[in-house]
Write a protein that binds this ligand. Structure first.
Ligand code: DGY
Length: 328
């Protein structure tokens, strides 16, 4: 009997493909071409499952054109590339990769915060460019992390991880804003206090964004929100492009309305707003918050487990639209 067919949409660990090949006929993309929607649709013909990385848009147009598709397994905790309503309407399951990247991503959020507040990237560029001629008392003076106020917008698992690092490791006062308030035990464990968004923006020395991208969270931070922040504050975005209005941020950084920003995600990435590339007080990284070898392997394993779990055993591990399961 022939095996069901699955597509792996981007290059991935060879062992992930080997695992999939034990159960499926696999078409992979180890050349790592970035396919257009039409190319993706063409390759999805006859496939029941697809391994996605978070960059492939799965919407009604694609689903209409791929009637055999049953599951899209994202190797990412975020799944804003999925139109989940359209997927549910088409009976297509989506899965994501939560939990396995929480601590790694929280580590990175903290690393980006440190690099930004202490001007590490900017000073390294200065040194490499041969500009360091003498020590000076005010050279690359940044702002303190320890003892400062950390404001976290989006207090899911990653936000909580950052709160713990700040409160327990650096003696920071932690305030947070979230759609819903954490229960008292979790607030106590994270040493975090719930505040309104405006109060957080006005009070925090460092603002870290960890909210999922939805139409409602689009431009959570724009010119009006930046205007509320302290001129000495830093802003860190490890959430998604589109959570921050990058054009407004570039203006604010240029005019020093806030001290600095650290960005791992961008509107329209991999393109970066050109004005962000010319301001010195921003640290820019290419969407690598979850990028350690063990974590990326664990994320890939979970996506593979979801494909096997659903297509072979009928039991996906981390569905994002479980209504599809109820329908079956
Ligand atoms: C995620 O898992 O959502 C990360 O942003 C990597 O895409």
């Amino acid at each position: 009997m022939s095996k069901p067919k699955v597509l792996v949409a981007r290059a991935i660990f060879p062992e992930s493909i080997e695992r999939l090949a034990q159960h499926f006929e696999v078409e992979s993309n180890q050349a790592d071409e970035v396919w257009s929607k039409a190319q993706l649709i063409a390759r999805l013909q006859g496939k029941v499952g697809v391994f996605t990385t978070g960059s492939e848009r799965i919407d009604a147009e694609l689903l209409d054109a791929c009637p055999g598709l049953k599951i899209c397994a994202n190797m990412a905790v975020g799944y804003n590339n999925f139109d989940t309503d359209a997927m549910t309407a088409h009976g297509v399951l989506g899965t994501n990769a939560p939990d396995v990247l929480t601590e790694t991503t929280a580590d990175f959020g903290f690393a980006l915060l440190m690099a930004t507040a202490r001007r590490i990237a900017e000073s390294e560029h200065f040194l490499r460019a041969g500009q360091w001629q003498k020590w000076a008392y005010d050279m690359f003076s940044g702002s303190d992390i320890h003892g400062s106020t950390l404001g976290i917008i989006g207090m899911g698992r990653i936000g909580q991880g950052i709160a713990r690092r700040g409160a327990h490791g650096f003696g920071m006062k932690v305030i947070y804003h979230n759609r819903s308030r954490l229960d008292a035990a979790l607030e106590a464990e994270c040493k975090a206090s719930y505040v309104g968004k405006d109060e957080l923006l006005k009070t925090a020395d460092h603002v870290v964004l960890v909210v999922p991208y939805t139409p409602a969270s689009h431009h959570t931070i724009g010119a009006a929100e930046i205007a509320l922040m302290k001129p000495t504050a830093t802003l860190i975005n490890i959430a998604r492009g589109g959570i921050v209005d990058d054009a407004a941020l570039a203006v604010a950084l240029k005019e020093k309305r806030i001290a600095a920003a650290g960005l791992d995600v961008f509107e329209g990435e991999p393109k970066v707003h050109p004005d962000l590339l010319t301001v010195p007080n921003v640290v820019l990284t290419p969407h690598i918050a979850s990028a350690t070898v063990p974590t990326r392997k664990a994320m890939a394993d979970l996506a593979v487990d979801n494909l096997i779990g659903y297509l072979v055993n009928g039991k996906p591990l981390t569905p994002v639209n479980p209504a599809v399961l109820a329908k079956n």
